[in-house]
Design a protein around this ligand. Sequence first.
Ligand code: HEM
Length: 286
Amino acid sequence: MTSSIVASDRTMAAALLRLHFHDCFVRGCDASVLLDSTPGNTAEKDSLANANSLRGFAQIDQVKAKLEQVCPGVVSCADILALTARDAIVKIGGQSWVVYLGRKDGVVSVASESMVSLPSPFADYTQLVQSFATVGLSEKDMVVLSGGHTIGTTKCGAFSQRLYGFSGPGAINGTDPTLDPEYAKVLKQQCPQNAPLNTVFLDPSGSFPGQTYDKGYFEAVKANKGVLASDAALLTSSFGASLVAVEASATSPFMTDFGVSMQKMGMAAAPKGAVLQVRKNCHFVN
Ligand code: HEM
């Protein structure tokens, strides 16, 4: 089913991958990202990090509805997120990985927790490593999984400070000197000042710009064309820079490495003692 979803809208691969990532980083992979806000509670999906940005909810609903028809109450929303992310990547040319099943759905979703647990696009290398460590992921996992940015888009607002408001060392008229100057010009055209909602590809390389699953992201980062400050930050550590070079190389292990790290990310457990269930509808607790 994921295959037909992605066939009809190739951008869904990025959306489904990101949904799984944003799920696992907050309360483990428990589909808390799919719960709706209630009168007394703003849920993760409506946090600043996710609102008007996460996509794919309707597509997850389609998959869930189909599964509930054939085997009601068996497949959790969290397992659906893990499976659709994997199947979407395979559909656009990525290498498959084994998704272990048996995740259960949580009953709690709190917007403020997304803001604490999800890495910020302004994060430096140390902050990125810390953020991934919180869910049991290593420095290598962090660099490799950043390769998820081989697909998809970002709003200009997430990085325009690098184009117009950079005041760190070596700033060139407000532009981050670690961004390739020619590429900075291109990005400035796509992201004029005060247009925070315009979007650009995180990695425009490949036959389908922003939708080609390949090592292009690492080639871009290596060439100082990483878009987000967090992408550029990978070059600021010697470990990060050498791993970026390996992943960008002619013999890139990216496809295999990505599957290994995704499998690990998908094991992020819900907090001890959390109430868990298989939701009937991914939007609501039973
Ligand atoms: C390393 C820390 C990370 C940061 C700071 C980060 C931040 C961001 C930001 C700011 C966007 C743009 C959102 C928007 O403007 O709507 C984005 C998009 C995206 N991210 Fe990340 N991300 C990180 C890691 C990851 C990981 C680990 C994955 C998956 C394995 C991932 C997959 C994606 C995808 C696929 C998109 C495009 C979504 C779309 O086109 O709908 N990111 N990310």
